[in-house]
Design a protein around this ligand. Structure first.
Ligand SMILES: Cc1cc2nc3c(=O)[nH]c(=O)nc-3n(C[C@H](O)[C@H](O)[C@H](O)COP(=O)(O)OP(=O)(O)OC[C@H]3O[C@@H](n4cnc5c(N)ncnc54)[C@H](O)[C@@H]3O)c2cc1C
Length: 458
């Protein structure tokens, strides 16, 4: 990490820019150390417990092990959620490349618990970019303070890859709000009791708009409405219809949510109350703010899972004694650590090259975000924006594919033990297997890369 940040990606040069004037090498190292310490203390210890005790729906509410909430509270208190945000909203104004490296510690320690933080950060960043000052005050500040958590609600039972087929509808009301009706599927962090409120960002269709993605608008739909004094008030009509039972990432709840089915009628009127975010019928491009960030976040999660399993298999290979060197088969000689066998070294070095490459790619993309935002030369900003746009689907997909393969090799290095739940590597593999699927499947990233991004701007 030190090598990537300081030797390769020139974080020192970044820190000379006005936006980062509060920081130097020492503060960067401190915040990385803090991330390691928090991830080790609060996130890693319940990684297995969250996998073995997946969240359950009991009387319409979600029950899960308490350690998830405790870890998120510790994360909230650290201010790391707002690592890259402006000081004006309580942010630390750290470079994105540093924040991404910090967050990788949490993803490696516990991908399921860290997902709530990742979604909340992306949700808040979208509102900072496209929300009104009122929306920032009302919704971003409590998220930054760790009181509210956020989600992204795109998928529906019959509209996954094809967002053009979204049917959730939003009906305008005279007071400027909208009422939403429909079902969203696969919503990560979609319901839980981990926070005072949940801020859903929902793609929906306002009647009369054009068909396809050009008719999608973005709405902020809270689980609880707020009272005039800002306190958490009555239930909005967003209802947990069920939880999905997943192969991995089990600590992250994954919900089917019904909007406006009539379980609650805020103000005596049907429909879930939503506020428009950004322009009417301009919802997808606003949502892309969060999706692009989440795509790099998925890549970094995949790299982190690959990395941690690689380190565990390296440690195992150094201590597991088995067999003798090929050229010296004296059965009376003591067995050697398996790292001495060329095939095991092949599996370790293959993992190492994939996971280090993936982490480098993800941090390089994060560095491009910093360049796009703060490069002194406008031409350099434009160039960074173009390169980032093209690399985003690659940063999502390549680590998802090859770091899952790396996890398979980590299991292989452990032999039969790797196939049991006595070691972590089988869970890392199951967790990582999600990454080529969510946030746009592997195939959809390919279509995005060649069909849209490479051709954009001529
Ligand atoms: C654990 C988990 C968490 C998730 N979290 C969220 C979330 O928080 N918010 C949210 O909105 N969604 C979320 N999703 C939904 C996720 O983004 C979708 O599952 C994904 O986009 C694929 O949609 P689908 O499952 O309907 O598959 P489908 O769209 O039915 O795709 C099935 C297969 O067909 C392929 N395919 C589909 N269309 C095409 C095409 N045009 N060309 C080529 N191949 C195609 C796909 O690549 C895939 O291999 C989550 C999903 C999971 C499993």
């Amino acid at each position: 990490m030190d090598f990537l940040l300081h030797e390769w990606l020139g974080t020192g040069e970044l820190l000379t820019r006005e936006r980062y004037a509060e920081h130097d090498r020492e503060t960067v190292d401190d915040v990385l150390d803090l991330s390691e310490a928090l991830a080790t203390r609060w996130f890693a210890p319940h990684n297995r417990a969250a996998d073995l005790n997946e969240p359950r729906m009991v009387d319409g509410r979600v029950e899960m092990i308490p350690e998830v909430g405790e870890a998120l509270r510790a994360f909230g208190e650290s201010d790391l959620l707002a690592a890259t945000m402006d000081a004006g909203v309580g942010g630390l104004q750290l470079p994105r490349v540093v924040a991404t490296a910090c967050f990788a510690w949490f993803q490696a320690a516990n991908i399921g618990t860290s997902a709530y933080a990742m979604l909340t950060r992306g949700n808040a960043n979208l509102l900072l970019a496209h929300g009104t000052p009122g929306q920032v005050d009302t919704w971003v500040r409590p998220m930054v303070a760790g009181r509210f958590l956020g989600t992204m609600c795109l998928s529906e039972p019959d509209a996954g890859s094809s967002l053009a087929d979204i049917t959730t509808r939003a009906e305008p009301r005279p007071d400027g709000t909208h009422r939403l009706f429909g079902t969203k599927m696969w919503i990560s962090g979609g319901d839980h009791e981990l926070s005072e409120n949940i801020v859903h960002l929902v793609l929906a269709r306002v009647p009369g708009g054009p068909p396809g993605v050009k008719g999608l608008s973005l709405f902020l739909v809270p689980k609880h409405l707020l009272r005039p004094d800002g306190g958490v008030g009555e239930r909005n009509d967003v209802v947990l219809a069920g939880l999905n039972h997943k192969m991995g990432y089990r600590g992250t709840t994954n919900a089917v949510l019904n909007f406006g089915e009539g379980a609650h009628t805020p103000g005596g009127e049907p429909g879930a109350v939503g506020e428009l975010v950004g322009p009417l019928h301009g919802g997808l491009s606003c949502m892309f703010h969060m999706m692009n960030e989440a795509r790099i976040g998925v890549g970094s999660g995949a790299a982190a899972l690959g990395y941690t399993a690689y380190l565990k298999s390296l440690e195992y290979a150094r201590t597991r004694l088995q067999g003798r060197p090929f050229a010296d088969r004296d059965p009376s000689a003591p067995p050697v650590p398996i790292i001495r066998h060329p095939d095991v070294r092949r599996m370790l070095l293959t993992q190492k090259s994939w996971v280090e490459g993936a982490m480098a790619l993800v941090l390089y993309c994060a560095r491009l975000v910093d360049e796009r935002e703060t490069a002194p030369d406008p031409e350099a900003r434009r160039e960074a924006a173009t390169l980032l746009d093209i690399l985003t689907p690659v940063a999502k997909s390549w680590p998802s594919q090859w770091c899952t393969e790396a996890n398979a090799l980590a299991i292989q290095v452990h032999g039969g033990y790797g196939y049991t739940r006595d070691y972590d590597v089988e869970q890392h593999y199951r967790d990582n297997r999600l990454n080529p699927i969510h946030e746009g499947t592997h195939g959809i990233q390919g279509l995005d890369l060649l069909g849209r991004r490479v051709r954009a701007g001529g």
